[in-house]
Design a binder for this molecule. Structure first.
Ligand SMILES: Cc1ncc(C[n+]2csc(CCOP(=O)(O)OP(=O)(O)O)c2C)c(N)n1
Ligand code: SF4
Length: 344
């Protein structure tokens, strides 16, 4: 009897989850992203963390081409695809129009505005539009799903591609071994805009990502979250290893997860006690593992990782001291928004 009841409960739970997935999931199943692609969990975690109606804009890229193949759509929420460089400009325009309609009493409900762009559409071609939209102070959240290359067009390098990685435009040969330049640090650049909230996140720590979205939305004005997104096809790992790759990126400190409030207060969310060497992360990716034959390149990558990590820790320490000087409760600044709700 007990067994039968348990099976029924599990069946009900599965049914409920299924219904929730189909009725509330902002990005429905049936899109055409590659098996194991890191984009769908990121988009779903971000949008499921938002309790209000949402309008989404996306730049051209894998997310867009796989979710809006005419006459189908995977979007269960109002969605605008715009040209490659304009996701931030367009969501800013939509938010401005909404403000006018709200002022005229033509819209009553509160709506959130979210833009998604790949690293090509965010670090490179959409950067000017993004920087301008946040400078204008529009109230929106921009999420970069960062797969470190232009994947939709077959993997060309972007300014997020790491040193030594193979791409179609940074081949590996006797003259040059993959990409020569280090990754652009867009999260730092966005923090330098002094906007209310900036963060880095990883899809394998989905609770952290959810919390960051909720935290971001407690601020009015522009917010930016940069999420590392392992790309099965171009990084060339097995589809079941997506979250393992994301985890390794954090464990090696290649992708620190942290948040910045008003460009002033910094908090590193995860500090691996025994950080893994960068070789482990590199070795897991056929797009990159050729560099293991070149100790000087590995050393350069490890140095980049260590320098950035130490810089982040220094910023964290400095902001703690600053908060103290200003009489601000540093821990309260980064408190979980759900905790605040409970204590109200
Ligand atoms: C102005 C312009 N240049 C180039 C293209 C071709 N194009 C479409 S998607 C894309 C790559 C997008 O890369 P990214 O933003 O990193 O997103 P991902 O494909 O990785 O999702 C390119 C180069 C375009 N659509 N418009
Ligand atoms: S190419 Fe990469 S980013 Fe694009 S859908 Fe496939 S796995 Fe995802």
């Amino acid at each position: 009897m007990a067994k039968k009841v348990t099976i029924q409960i599990l069946a009900d739970l599965a049914q409920e989850r299924e219904e929730r997935y189909h009725s509330h999931n902002p990005l429905a199943p049936g899109h055409r992203m590659c098996i194991g692609c890191g984009i769908p969990p990121i988009v779903n975690e971000v949008l499921l963390a938002i309790d209000k109606p949402v309008v989404v804009s996306t730049a051209t890229g894998c997310l867009e081409v796989t979710t809006g193949v005419y006459p189908y759509t995977a979007w269960n929420t109002p969605w605008i695809h715009v040209n490659f460089q304009s996701a931030a400009a367009v969501i800013g325009g939509v938010e401005a129009a909404y403000n006018v309609l709200k002022k005229k009493g033509l819209i009553g409900e509160d709506i959130e505005f979210v833009a998604f762009g790949g690293d090509g559409g965010t670090y490179d071609i959409g950067f000017q539009a993004l920087s301008a939209a946040v400078e204008r102070g529009h109230n929106f959240l921009y999420v970069c799903y960062n797969n470190e290359g232009y994947q939709n067009t077959g993997y060309q390098k972007s300014s997020a591609t790491p040193i030594g990685a193979y791409t179609k435009t940074t081949p590996v040969g006797s003259a040059k071994v993959g990409k020569q330049e280090p990754r652009k640090d867009l999260t730092m650049i966005m923090a330098a805009h002094g906007i209310p909230y900036v963060a880095q996140a990883s899809p394998h720590i989905y609770r952290d990502l959810t919390r960051k979205v909720k935290k971001a939305l407690t601020f009015k004005g522009p917010k930016f979250i940069n999420v590392l997104q392992p790309c099965t096809l171009s990084w060339r790992f097995a589809p079941e290893d997506t979250m393992r790759l994301a985890k390794l990126a954090v464990e090696t400190r290649y992708w620190p997860v942290y948040e910045v409030i008003h460009g002033k207060y910094w908090k590193v969310n995860i500090k691996p006690k025994r950080p893994k060497p960068i070789e482990e992360y590199i070795a897991a990716q056929p797009r990159w593992k050729h560099v293991l034959k070149y100790p000087e390149i590995v050393e350069r990558i490890q140095k980049e990782v260590d320098d950035k990590w130490n810089h982040l820790l220094a910023l964290e320490e400095m902001s703690k001291a600053l908060a103290e000087k200003e009489g601000i409760d540093y821990e309260a600044l980064f408190a979980n928004p759900e905790d605040n709700k409970e204590s109200q």
